[in-house]
Design a protein around this ligand. Sequence first.
Ligand SMILES: NC(=O)CC[C@H](N)C(=O)O
Length: 231
Amino acid sequence: MRIGVITFPGSLDDRDAQRAIRLAGGEPVALWHGEHDLKGVDAIVLPGGFSYGDYLRCGAIAARSPIMAEVIDAANGGMPVLGICNGFQILVEAHLLPGGLVRNALGTFVCRDQNMRVENTSTAFTNQYEAGQEITIPLKNGEGGFLADTETLNRIEGEGLVVFRYLDVDPNGSLNGIAGITNERGNVVGLMPHPEHAVEPGFGPDMPEAMRSGTDGLAMFTSVLQGALAR
Ligand SMILES: NC(=O)CC[C@H](N)C(=O)O
């Protein structure tokens, strides 16, 4: 399976996402924000970082990049699209996911190993987790507070569109501790924590070996490959 990773000016984690895809058994394909070409990929990852220097709002300018016209069409056609942190912000700004992301409640950048619960295992990127599984993934953002109006929030909760929920602490002041969401179809997923930084023992969260391996993020990438096999 060929999975495209889009690089925007200021992207930071594009190569980590490519590496995670390779470790999961997929073939990463580098895509460039300024082109209209998805190079025939089967799925897309919008990586973390500081696209366009976070000017205006995080993700707002990247959401209007040339390649996003193709991403929006592909997502609406059912292609799996994952947005990690800045990528989540871009998906929200592109209206592929509901709600908005605002400055962390503390007002500062937050960087920590974050516990969260997998709430929805029927998306393209979470089918290899168990329902209710608790995982630990690095988190690092300045604008990660998830907001939505009451009607939208009720719809997100009512339709089971929450994919990940923070455990122990809500690091950025997200409504209902929401860490990640999906669209109705389950092919578009966005989350603030970084699964691509938790794919190899010894390089992910600093966990006692007996508890967890530090590779809790890998299943997001094997999930999309598994979905392709099932289709
Ligand atoms: N790690 C990231 O992708 C950071 C996203 C964004 N620049 C923020 O600070 O919120």
